[in-house]
Design a protein around this ligand. Structure first.
Ligand code: PMV
Length: 369
């Protein structure tokens, strides 16, 4: 695998500057969000992760992005018009516009395009589930589809998804893992050939089939905007007092996670996922300045999950994203039992009675030409 994708894509870009006559005009992809078991937290310039991370891609929580192109007479673009669920949304429209300018060196033909971008989420708007991973994965897939159709490049699916992952990373780091179904690893990792800081690697073929049945039920404790953004959280890791020990811990945990996933060790994996989630939030609390994204209900939910595990011995655990909501992780074999527990014991802690049931998913889909 190429150790320097950026160089390779910049070199290839000289052949992607002039638009051929037979231009495709529209494409649609639907891409899912993902949930990390080993967390990416902290980055270097150019969206290079401070540590490797590992996630599974969801199935139900998706963003559908469609792109329609028209052509500019000179390379003055890219020009972007954006609609979210039918309405204009300048905040995300501006972010997509800025993103397309960042992508332009790798795909200079976008400078000749006016892009009409529409996106919609399958999960409720105010569910507290971040849509940046699914949005940028879907948009990046639309862009590589355009390149493939217009220039006949990226004919090999491995090349196609690798470039999509590279481009998705530039929009939102964790988005690079969402271009693959099943499990994906992002960041150079000892013992994993093909692992890279520039794009994610699909690792499902190295994982015990048991884990492909795993469920993620998201207990929505707070649907509002986060008090401190992930970008700010990553920035605070630069001078974090525990930076070094976190990097060492993540390096060890990624290896442990891969071993447990390979060996089908559900109990070990649940403990590791919880350690990573609590570490992520501990890093937030001990940043300078420190901050808290957990709510009192988050702790109550965690206590109930741990009590349930202690009482039953079942492999039920949790992880947390950069927010207050709790992702409850468990295998399909105990789904009925866990659903009952969620309804009876955890529903009371939700905002608006929302628990979103998701699972390990098959990955993105091209849903339109
Ligand atoms: O991709 P970003 O910049 O939104 O960062 C996401 C970081 C976490 O979701 C907290 C962890 C992860 O690996 O997804």
């Amino acid at each position: 695998m190429n150790a320097n994708l950026q160089k390779e894509y910049l070199a290839a870009a000289v052949n992607l500057a002039a638009l051929p006559a037979h231009a495709v005009t529209a494409v649609t992809w639907s891409a899912p969000s993902n949930i990390a078991l080993v967390k990416y937290w902290g980055k270097k310039p150019g969206q290079i992760p401070a540590n490797p991370s590992l996630s599974f891609t969801l199935e139900a929580s998706r963003t559908k992005v469609s792109v329609e192109c028209s052509y500019l007479s000179r390379a003055t673009g890219p020009t972007v018009e954006y609609y979210f669920e039918g309405g204009s949304n300048s905040r995300f429209g501006d972010r997509f516009g800025k993103y397309l300018n960042e992508v332009a060196p790798y795909m200079p033909f976008v400078r000749l395009l006016r892009l009409l971008i529409r996106s919609e989420n399958t999960f409720p708007h105010s569910s507290g589930i971040a849509s940046s991973a699914s949005s940028f994965a879907a948009l990046a897939l639309c862009l590589v589809s355009l390149e493939r159709e217009l220039f006949g490049t990226l004919a090999d699916d491995g090349d196609f998804f690798r470039k999509a992952s590279f481009l998705a990373r530039l929009g939102s780091g964790s988005a690079c893992r969402s271009v693959y179904g099943g499990f994906a690893l992002w960041g150079v990792t000892a013992g994993i050939d093909g692992s890279s800081d520039e794009a994610a690697l699909a690792v499902t073929d190295r994982i015990h089939p048991h884990f492909l049945t795993w469920r993620d039920s998201v207990v929505i404790i707070s649907a509002g905007q986060k008090a401190v953004s992930s970008s700010e959280g990553h920035r605070l890791m630069h001078r974090h007092p525990f930076r070094r020990s976190r990097l060492a811990q993540a390096g060890v945990n990624i290896g442990r996670a891969m071993d447990m996933l390979r060996g089908g060790e559900a109990d070990g994996l649940v403990n590791l996922a919880e350690e990573e989630a609590l570490t992520l939030h501990a890093l937030m609390m001990t940043s300078r300045p420190g901050y808290l994204l957990m709510k009192p209900e988050t702790l109550r939910v965690i206590e109930h999950i741990r009590a349930m595990r202690a009482d039953t011995g079942l492999p039920v655990g949790f992880t947390l994203d950069a927010g207050a909501n709790v992702h409850v992780l468990y295998p399909a074999a105990i789904e009925d039992r866990v659903r009952l527990f969620l309804e009876k014991e955890l529903m009371v802690f939700t905002e608006n009675g929302q628990i979103i049931h998701d699972r390990v998913g098959k990955g993105p889909e091209k849903t339109g030409v």
